[in-house]
Design a protein around this ligand. Structure first.
Ligand code: ADE
Ligand code: ZN
Length: 336
């Protein structure tokens, strides 16, 4: 198959997205609309000016602008509209299941309640199921640059919502904020029956991946690129069938890789790692799930089996029931 055929094949396959920050799906046009209706000042005069600011040399560069961007989100309706826009967009990419992140502390620290954000998002997720049969789960992330006590307080605020939240995650500035800083709050989350995921080995060293596995007892690894620096870790991740939520365009934009041709997605598959393709923060990094498939298909030598494996991995690595996984996997087998 040539690259165009591989892209078309990837587009036809049912897929799940497992690494998506809803706040990172805020498109510049929406940023303007929300700023206007909520009377929030933003330091940009046009959509072009916003896009021009999306030039990052590392994770922190991006996070500074990401937290500023989310300041336009104020009401339940904003969170609802943001989520609906994302779900509609990925539906066009044949995404059938999503497990999305949100950053409650990015909102509570500026006076928007946990309930406001959670309610708007969850209403949109239920609507997607009712209207077009897309299944969706919500993961709340703790901001790792903040103290663990504040993460604990966030878990308390989440208490009334926990039957509708599938898990907890860990994101924001990685270096200097190892997973072990959040041992207690992840233990408390596990005790409440929540799944645990964490960003690790994106910018931070592979030792953080060991900590995420051993201290946080994660069920899934977000990014994990730097695991490749340690052979024993790769072997362990492969043996444990740990899913890695890899985000190619994000890796390029945040200089985790210098060139898409050097992206390790193929290498990960060849090493037996359960890698998946995700968009992370699509509005900031230049694209949604299919844009990410397209970018790696163009740059790296993936074949049809690899594409099929990536799509299957997205369901295998999800928190769907075994029955739901089986149904999605057999649907993939039917597509040529
Ligand atoms: N928050 C949103 N996107 C992120 C990323 N790629 N890494 C860490 N924190 C994030
Ligand atoms: Zn992320």
């Amino acid at each position: 198959m040539n690259n165009a055929d591989l892209v078309a094949y990837a587009a036809r396959l049912p897929k799940a997205e497992l690494h998506l920050h809803l706040e990172g799906s805020l498109e510049p046009e929406q940023m303007f609309a929300f700023a206007k209706r909520n009377k929030v000042d933003i330091p940009f005069r046009s959509v072009e000016e916003i896009r021009a600011a999306y030039n990052f040399s590392n994770l922190q560069d991006f996070l500074d602008i990401y937290y500023q961007g989310m300041s336009v989100l104020k009401t339940e309706e904003d969170f609802f509209d943001l989520t609906v826009a994302y779900l509609n967009r990925v539906r066009a990419d044949n995404v059938r299941h999503v497990e999305v992140f949100f950053d409650p502390q990015g909102h509570t620290e500026r006076g928007v309640s946990f309930d406001t954000a959670a309610s708007g998002i969850l209403t949109a997720l239920s609507l997607a199921k009712a209207q077009f049969g897309m299944t969706a789960s919500l993961i709340m992330c703790f901001l790792r640059h903040l103290p663990e006590d504040e993460a604990m307080e966030t878990l308390r605020q989440a208490e009334p919502w926990l039957d509708r939240i599938i898990g907890v995650g860990l994101d924001s500035s990685e270096v200097g904020h190892p997973p072990s800083k959040f041992e207690r709050v992840f233990k408390a989350a596990k005790e409440r029956g929540l799944k645990c995921v964490a960003h690790a080995g994106e910018e931070g060293p592979h030792e953080y991946v060991y900590e995420a596995l051993d201290v946080l007892q994660i069920d899934r690894l977000d990014h994990g690129n730097r695991s490749l620096e340690d052979d024993a870790l790769v072997k362990r991740l492969a043996q444990q069938e740990m899913t890695l939520t890899v985000c190619p365009l994000s890796n390029l934009k945040l200089c985790v890789v210098d060139d898409m041709r050097a992206h390790p997605i193929k290498k990960m598959l060849d090493l037996g790692l359960r890698a998946t393709v995700n968009s992370d923060d699509p509005s900031y990094f230049g694209g949604y799930v299919m844009d990410n498939f397209e970018a790696v298909i163009e740059a790296v030598d993936l074949d049809k089996e690899d594409i099929k494996t990536l799509a299957k991995n997205s369901f295998l690595g999800s928190f769907l029931s075994e029955g739901e996984k089986r149904a999605q996997l057999s649907a993939i087998d039917f597509i040529t």
